[in-house]
Design a protein around this ligand. Structure first.
Ligand SMILES: [Zn+2]
Length: 389
């Protein structure tokens, strides 16, 4: 259910999507409003009225979160950051940003825009409620607006906790970044606080659960877990990106690559190459021409009886984008390509399209590990969690 998204509509150039997990939240919100909150604060209405109020309240909450995220995105766009859209998921909304903000100032305004929008909605809501009483707005309408005003202020307050990657944590990071001119240090401090706050919510959730608030307890526990992992991984991703950025693939590829001659029989290929080196893909050396690739999948497609009378040249296929990189490809891009394709070995071609070497995930991780160790003092064994493999 996580990761399955549905695009709803486009707003001011941003796609608004919901993760399917949000539908659970919508149902939970409608239910708890209609059976708990509205009957408590607005007694004496008929049952169906509470359900209508529940639906309107949930839709209003949805709209409020979209406005909050939209304000982040609009400011980001003003600062020239490409934004992919807004996704609502189980813990709220995310304005999808794929680059670090260009300056502390940009980060500050981007981060603060969302909570300010929520505060504005809350203030307008309470003003309408105040005026509405005078204009004899119905009790149901007032009940819904009051709820939305309150929930927006709570949303703003929660988001302003200085726990990275919450908005307040981004504001804090912007301040630290401005102060010491060091994004890495600022991110480390802000995400440390984020991780600590996550731990606090986890304990708070457990205590609430033990003392009888089951749903609330589970909820805080989950938000705490989510925040903790989000703060840790955002720091790690920033570090990995900084270490790999600007490092071309040629710096850590293996050369010369082990190649297979096209006239090798498939049987020989399996015995002398696959079982010997334990790789799933080999480039096929062909004089002058762009190399082709032979994989264990190509071997599997061939009848076992054919192995001795067919050659690698017969079954090799042109190398594709899925398993080819160029010597000048940036390491960040190479890592993304490895993740996307799920392949662990890539053929590296030089600018003329001829074979320059082979790059494996292991080579890339070793290089990263060495750099992290030398420049950041991070132990090599922690490397997997850094790249999320
Ligand atoms: Zn926000």
């Amino acid at each position: 259910m996580f990761g399955k998204r549905l695009t709803l509509f486009k707003l001011l150039g941003f796609e608004v999507r919901i993760d399917l997990s949000w539908i659970i939240i919508l149902v939970l919100v409608v239910w708890s409003l209609a059976t708990g909150l509205f009957p408590h604060y607005n007694p004496g209405l008929i049952r169906s009225a509470y359900w209508w109020m529940g639906v309107l309240g949930a839709l209003g909450l949805f709209g409020s979160i979209v406005v909050h995220e939209l304000c982040h995105s609009l400011v980001a766009r003003r600062f020239g950051l490409p934004m992919r859209g807004i996704t609502l998921f189980i813990f709220g909304g995310v304005a999808e940003m794929h680059e670090e903000p260009p300056s502390p100032k940009a980060e500050f305004f981007m981060a603060i825009a969302g909570p300010l929008a929520s505060i504005a909605i809350g203030a307008i809501g309470f003003a309408v409620v105040g005026l509405g009483r005078g204009f004899a707005l119905g009790a149901t309408t007032i009940g819904v607006i009051q709820y939305l005003a309150g929930i927006n202020l709570i949303l703003a307050a929660f988001n302003l906790v200085p726990a990275f990657p919450l908005d307040g944590g981004r504001v804090l990071r912007a301040g630290l970044w401005q102060w010491k001119k060091n994004l890495r240090w600022a991110t480390r401090v802000a995400s440390g606080i984020g991780s600590g706050f996550g731990l606090f919510l986890i304990f708070f959730g457990i205590l609430s659960f033990v003392f009888g608030s089951f749903i609330g307890g589970i909820w805080w526990f989950l938000i705490g877990m989510f925040l903790r992992s989000a703060s840790q991984s955002s720091y790690q991703h920033m570090l990995v990106r900084r270490m790999l950025q600007g490092e071309p693939v040629r710096r850590f590829m293996k050369q010369p690559a082990i190649t297979v001659k096209p006239d090798t029989t498939v049987e020989d290929f399996v015995d002398r190459y696959v079982y010997h080196h334990h790789y799933k893909m080999f480039p096929v050396a062909e004089n002058g021409a762009r190399p082709r690739c032979v994989t264990t999948r190509d071997v599997k497609d061939l009848d076992r009886g054919e192995w001795s009378n067919r050659t690698v040249g017969d079954i090799a296929k042109p190398c594709t984008n899925e398993n080819t990189l160029r010597t000048d490809t940036d390491a960040v891009e190479a890592l993304a390509a490895m993740r996307r394709s799920g392949n662990s070995r890539f053929v590296v071609l030089d600018e003329n399209g001829s074979l320059a070497g082979i790059l494996t995930v292991k080579d890339l991780l070793q290089f990263l590990s060495m750099k992290l160790d030398l420049e950041e003092g991070v132990a090599g064994k922690d490397i997997e969690k850094f790249v999320g493999t």
